[in-house]
Design a protein around this ligand. Structure first.
Ligand code: FE
Length: 336
């Protein structure tokens, strides 16, 4: 009798500890806390599952690699297709099969084998000085290399993931030789050595250093809500490139389930929640990104920029050309 009650006591203990483990999910994130914490809180409120998060600007992939099978991380969150493909290639992810995720996320914004999923998308825009550029002169990424743009173009480093993805998308739609000619043409037109982040390019247009630049769409929203930077954003017209052909280059912020994931079920629940109407709506409002879920409305500001034709080529195709794109930047001495 005593032994039986001891055993049932142990069983209760075991079940008890299992239910503690079952009520959490661990996230490694390169994305700032302010951009995802409200969605995590909403998830916890609805499900009772606690979300533990480690934020860092660097080193999370290395940490995941070093921890191996013992990693506490269930999910990794990052921006740009580059890092998402890196975690996949390092065998740090596992495939997720979820009808909810496939229904909520268009095919171009997820890995065909379910190793990563987009959460939000962003357009790589051309911005041009309202005072000095006739918007009829520039309608495509190709136009950045046209003689009319001589000495007028500014970009950030060609080695930055956002630029590598753009160059890779040009390679995907043309071929290596054509893309190389194009990038050399853009280099010829540069007003200064590639430098600074996306916002710094808009600042340089405002100060008169350059006339056109390429930037991710959400930075316009961020700049408009900043006292100093709103003047920069107001100095430029927005151009959605390549509306007459392939459409505007898009990239994502996304997530992947780790290979070790100790709380796999909860992790998939969180992934699904983050693509739902409620969470996608929060994303849209918080960072002026485009929801990946096409059923979800854009923020009022993003809406004011107008509708456009996005490049629907799957990101996995673009990612295949990242290495070539990065090498091309060196070969033509883009960083002079
Ligand atoms: Fe960014």
């Amino acid at each position: 009798m005593y032994i039986r009650s001891l055993i049932s006591g142990l069983l209760i203990l075991a079940t008890g500890s299992a239910s503690i483990a079952a009520s959490e999910v661990n996230v490694y994130s390169y994305r700032q806390s302010i951009l995802i914490k409200p969605m995590f809180d909403a998830f916890t409120e609805q499900t009772g599952i606690k979300v533990n998060t480690v934020f860092a600007k660097k080193g999370l992939v290395e940490r995941l690699k070093n921890e191996g099978r013992n990693s506490p991380a269930d999910l990794i969150f990052t921006v740009d297709i580059g890092p998402l493909e890196t975690v996949l290639q390092e065998n740090l992810t596992q495939s997720v099969e979820s009808s909810v995720l496939s229904a909520n996320i268009p095919a171009e914004f997820r890995d065909p084998d379910g190793h990563w999923f987009g959460l939000t998308s962003r357009a790589r825009l051309i911005v041009a000085s309202k005072d000095r550029v006739d918007t009829n002169q520039i309608g495509s990424y190709e136009d950045l290399a046209s003689p009319a743009m001589q000495g007028k173009v500014c970009t950030r480093s060609g080695k930055h993931a956002y630029m590598v993805a753009l160059i890779a998308s040009v390679i995907s739609h043309t071929d290596e030789a054509t893309a190389k000619d194009w990038l050399s043409g853009v280099k010829q037109n540069l007003a200064r050595r590639p430098q600074g982040n996306d916002r710094a390019q808009v600042k340089a247009i405002h100060s008169g250093e350059c006339d056109v630049a390429v930037i991710n769409s959400y930075y316009l929203g961020k700049m408009l809500s900043d006292e100093e930077q709103s003047a920069w954003a107001n100095a430029v017209n927005i151009i959605f490139p390549n509306q007459k052909d392939r459409g505007t280059h898009m990239n994502i912020a996304g997530m992947a389930l780790t290979a070790a994931a100790p709380n796999k079920e909860n992790a998939i629940k969180l992934m699904e929640f983050l693509t739902s109407d409620q969470a996608q709506r929060m994303y849209a409002e918080l960072n002026h990104e485009y929801p990946v879920n096409p059923a979800v409305e854009w923020s009022e500001l993003v809406n004011s920029w107008g509708t456009f034709k996005p490049d629907n080529l799957p990101l996995v195709e673009i990612a295949k050309h990242r290495a070539t794109a990065s090498k091309m930047v060196d070969e033509i001495g883009y960083e002079f």
